[in-house]
Design a protein around this ligand. Structure first.
Ligand SMILES: C[S@@+](CC[C@H](N)C(=O)[O-])C[C@H]1O[C@@H](n2cnc3c(N)ncnc32)[C@H](O)[C@@H]1O
Length: 334
C-alpha cells in the first residue's frame, strides 16, 4: 500500500490532468493575472483565450436572462472589464479577497437554469400585502403610481406569486443591452434594441453600505487614478421631504460586486433614465431601479445624472457631450 502511494505522487502529471486543473483555476483570475499566466505556456494561453472570449460574450456571466456582450470598437483584442463580481440583486458587504469563477465552460447555463435570486434582502415579519386572487389588476392596493412612474410593487408580504404583473422590476433584465467601450469614458451600457419610454431597464445592484462606510469608500475612490483598473461605482440616492430635508439615503456600492448598471455613464443633461426608489409590500428595504425616461433607440448609450457638480468642483473631466455639459463629473463628498 505504502509503495503504491509513493509511486502515484512521483508520477508526472499527465497533460490532460494539467489542462483540467488549469481550466478550473484560471476563471478565478482577473485580466491582469490571466494575461501574465497565459504568457507562460501554450496550453495556458489557449485556456486563457477561451475564458476571455466567454467573459466577452456575457458581462453578467449567466446571471441575467439575456447575455450582455462586451464590444470594443477601439481595440478588438482588449479584455472585458472583470474587476468585479456579478450580483443581480442587492447584497451585503463582501470581503476584499472574495473571488468567484467567471468564464469557465459550465458557469452560465446552470446560473440561468437555477432561476432568479430573491430580490429582497430583508423581509418584514408578519407584514401583509395584497390578497389579490388570480393575478393583480388595476385594483391591487400595492399599485401606487407617483405620476407616470410606479414606485410600489407587490412583494414578499403579498398573496400573489412571482408571475404577478405588478413585479416588473423583480425579474431581472428583459431587454437586449450591450457594453461598448469609449476612449474617454471607458465602458458604457448601450441599448441593443429599441426601448420604449417607461420600460424597466434594471435594478442598481451592489453592496448596501452604511453612510459612514460609504463616505470612507468614496474618499478612497477619489484618490484612484482616473484611468485605472478599478472604476468606482458608488451610488448615493436620497429621498427628500417637501421641506427639502433629506429623509432617507441609500448607499449602494457596485465597485467590487454589482451588476451591469455599474457601467452606466453620467450625462449632465440627465440622460435617458429615471432613477426610481422602488418599495415592495413586506420588504424592509427599498431598491433603486432604472426606467427609460423617453424612447431610446437601438445603439444609443444609456445614461443618467450622477448628481450635482457643485458638490465637488474639482472632479474628473466630463465627456458626456451634452449641450449642458458642466465639464466635470459630479462626486458625492458629504
Ligand atoms: C460607474 S463607472 C461607469 C463605468 C465606467 N465607464 C467603466 O468603464 O467602468 C463611473 C466612471 O466612469 C467614467 N465616466 C462616467 N461618465 C463619464 C463621463 N460623462 N465623462 C467621463 N467619464 C465618465 C468615470 O471614470 C467614472 O469614474
Amino acid at each position: 500500500m505504502e509503495e503504491r502511494q509513493y509511486k502515484r505522487t512521483s508520477d508526472p502529471l499527465p497533460q490532460e490532468a494539467f489542462f483540467q486543473c488549469a481550466a478550473i483555476v484560471l476563471p478565478y483570475l482577473n485580466p491582469t493575472e490571466l494575461a501574465s499566466i497565459s504568457s507562460t505556456c501554450k496550453t495556458l494561453y489557449q485556456i486563457s483565450t477561451l475564458i476571455t472570449s466567454r467573459r466577452t460574450s456575457d458581462a453578467s456571466g449567466g446571471f441575467e436572462n439575456l447575455p450582455i456582450p462586451f464590444l470594443n470598437p477601439i481595440a478588438a483584442d482588449s479584455q472585458p472589464y472583470s474587476y468585479f463580481l456579478y450580483t443581480p440583486t442587492q447584497t451585503l458587504r463582501v470581503g476584499l479577497e472574495f473571488r468567484r469563477p467567471w468564464g469557465s465552460d459550465d458557469d452560465a447555463r446552470p446560473r440561468r437554469e437555477a432561476g432568479r435570486a430573491d430580490p429582497f434582502l430583508f423581509r418584514v415579519e408578519g407584514a401583509s400585502g395584497c390578497e389579490c386572487a388570480g393575478g393583480c389588476g388595476d385594483c391591487c392596493p400595492c399599485l401606487e403610481p407617483d405620476g407616470f412612474l410606479l414606485t410600489r410593487e407587490c412583494g414578499p408580504g403579498c398573496k400573489c406569486d412571482s408571475g404577478c404583473g405588478n413585479r416588473v422590476t423583480q425579474g431581472g433584465v428583459r431587454i437586449r443591452l450591450k457594453m461598448v467601450k469609449d476612449e474617454k469614458k471607458g465602458w458604457g451600457l448601450y441599448a441593443a434594441e429599441f426601448i420604449p419610454n417607461g420600460k424597466f431597464i434594471c435594478e442598481y445592484a451592489g453592496e448596501l453600505l452604511s453612510t459612514k462606510e460609504a463616505k470612507q469608500r468614496q474618499q478612497a475612490y477619489d484618490k484612484l487614478p482616473p484611468i485605472g483598473c478599478l472604476s468606482p461605482a458608488l451610488l448615493v440616492v436620497k429621498e427628500h421631504l417637501p421641506s427639502g430635508n433629506t429623509c432617507m439615503r441609500i448607499n449602494i456600492d457596485a465597485t467590487r460586486i454589482g451588476n451591469i448598471t455599474r457601467f452606466i455613464n453620467h450625462s449632465c443633461d440627465g440622460g435617458n433614465l429615471d432613477t426610481v426608489i422602488m418599495r415592495s409590500s413586506g420588504a424592509l428595504l427599498p431598491r433603486v431601479c432604472f426606467f427609460a425616461s423617453r424612447d431610446i433607440q437601438e445603439n444609443e448609450e444609456l445614461s443618467f445624472s450622477y448628481g450635482d457638480v457643485r458638490l465637488k468642483p474639482n472632479g474628473q473631466q466630463c465627456f458626456c457631450g451634452s449641450s449642458s455639459c458642466a465639464g466635470i463629473l459630479p462626486s458625492e463628498h458629504t
